[in-house]
Design a protein around this ligand. Structure first.
Ligand SMILES: NC(=O)c1ccc[n+]([C@@H]2O[C@H](COP(=O)([O-])OP(=O)(O)OC[C@H]3O[C@@H](n4cnc5c(N)ncnc54)[C@H](O)[C@@H]3O)[C@@H](O)[C@H]2O)c1
Length: 331
């Protein structure tokens, strides 16, 4: 049985990744400091190590017994906040990755699958964004992801640590069987914010501009269902293991949905009014952003299957409704 360490596996995406590897018959260990991850996201079938990526000694211990692969999802991810406290992002994201690479260098674990982001591209010079698009992050968060991709490539060449850098577009949705139930704390992404309006936790959703050159004037983004993302991690690990090659690929659907379409879909799924206010555009927000993911389709034999807006929104609503019925906004 192959063994996988999921760092950040108590988080939103990491818990779906752990679930996918468990379902595929892997022995799964989750390492998390529970800073934004949730106890409720841990599966009893997986071993749990409560540890921090900042603790180099703890990491050295963790890798005394090698794993067949590591999935590295642990990071801070709020692009706006990264522009105000870059030192926090440098320490958590960059130092965290360096500590992991140091521990891997001293162990026999030789494969790492990394959560990168579309933020490495910056403003689109053309669409859809493919992997050849210039890399020019416009926020410090995106810079940390790009820098970690480069570190991985150096450690591949110098230390033989193979990697897959997976550039996610907008992760959204929940496991359609509702096996992951942790809500994100203080979410900044559109869909959880809309859900918090539907459950009464917020008054209204702010729509940043309705005068873009898009069909309904609101911004368009590529939403990829989190279970599709998780499946891509499994396929990426299997690819790197079988081919002995590293890779960097986009993970998106190739099409986008507008903010208005998302809000409408959430109204339909929840039956709630969901108040939306139009406010000023945010500086740096492009009108449209969507991926070309043909490389992942081809190399990984992967295709999104849960990423329709209806499935994304209805699977998310199921979890938010569950929590609001329990009268527990967060767990
Ligand atoms: N959510 C998205 O749309 C999106 C898009 C692109 C990339 N990403 C990347 O995917 C990854 C996972 O994102 P998410 O949405 O699941 O976020 P999340 O905050 O839910 O998950 C991150 C997890 O890492 C853990 N963690 C953080 N710092 C740690 C540390 N020092 N030591 C141990 N554990 C630590 C947290 O407790 C949490 O469980 C992140 O690296 C993020 O940058 C996310």
């Amino acid at each position: 049985m192959k063994s996988i360490l999921v760092i950040g596996g108590a988080g939103y995406i990491g818990s779906h990744v752990a679930l996918t590897f468990l379902e595929a018959g892997y022995e799964v260990t989750v390492l998390d400091n529970l800073s934004s991850g949730r106890q409720i996201n841990l599966f009893k079938e997986a071993r749990f190590i409560h540890a921090d990526l900042q603790n180099r000694h703890a990491l050295a211990d963790v890798f005394k017994d090698p794993y067949d692969g590591v999935i590295h999802l642990a990071a801070l991810k709020a692009a706006g906040e990264s522009m105000i406290v870059p030192e926090k992002y440098a320490s958590q994201n960059l130092n965290g990755a360096v500590n992991l690479l140091e521990a891997l260098s001293n162990s026999q674990t030789r494969i790492v699958i990394f959560s990168s982001s579309a933020a490495v591209y910056g403003l689109p010079q053309y669409l859809p964004l493919d992997e050849q698009h210039p890399l020019n992050p416009i926020n410090f968060y995106g810079y940390t992801k790009l820098e970690i991709e480069r570190l991985l490539d150096w450690f591949y060449r110098l230390k033989g640590i193979h990697y897959a850098s997976l550039r996610y577009f907008n992760a959204a949705g929940y496991d359609t069987k509702s096996r992951v139930q942790g809500l994100e704390q203080n979410p900044a992404n559109l869909i959880p914010v809309v859900m918090e309006v539907a459950t009464g936790k917020r008054d209204a959703v702010e729509i940043y501009g309705n005068d873009y050159s898009t069909p309904d004037g609101t911004g368009i983004r590529d939403y990829i269902h989190v279970s599709d993302l998780a499946q891509a991690h499994l396929k990426a690990f299997q690819y790197v293991l079988a081919q002995g090659e590293s890779l960097t690929v986009n993970l998106g659907t190739g099409t986008g949905c507008s903010v208005t379409e998302v809000v409408e879909a959430a109204r339909k799924a929840s039956g709630k009014k969901i108040k939306a206010n139009i406010v000023d555009r945010r500086p740096g927000d492009p009108a449209e952003l969507y991926a070309k993911s043909e490389m992942a389709f081809k190399l990984l034999d992967w295709k999104p299957v849960f990423s329709s807006l209806d499935v994304i929104v209805s699977s998310t609503w199921k979890i938010y409704e569950l929590h609001s019925q329990k009268q527990k906004p967060t767990i």
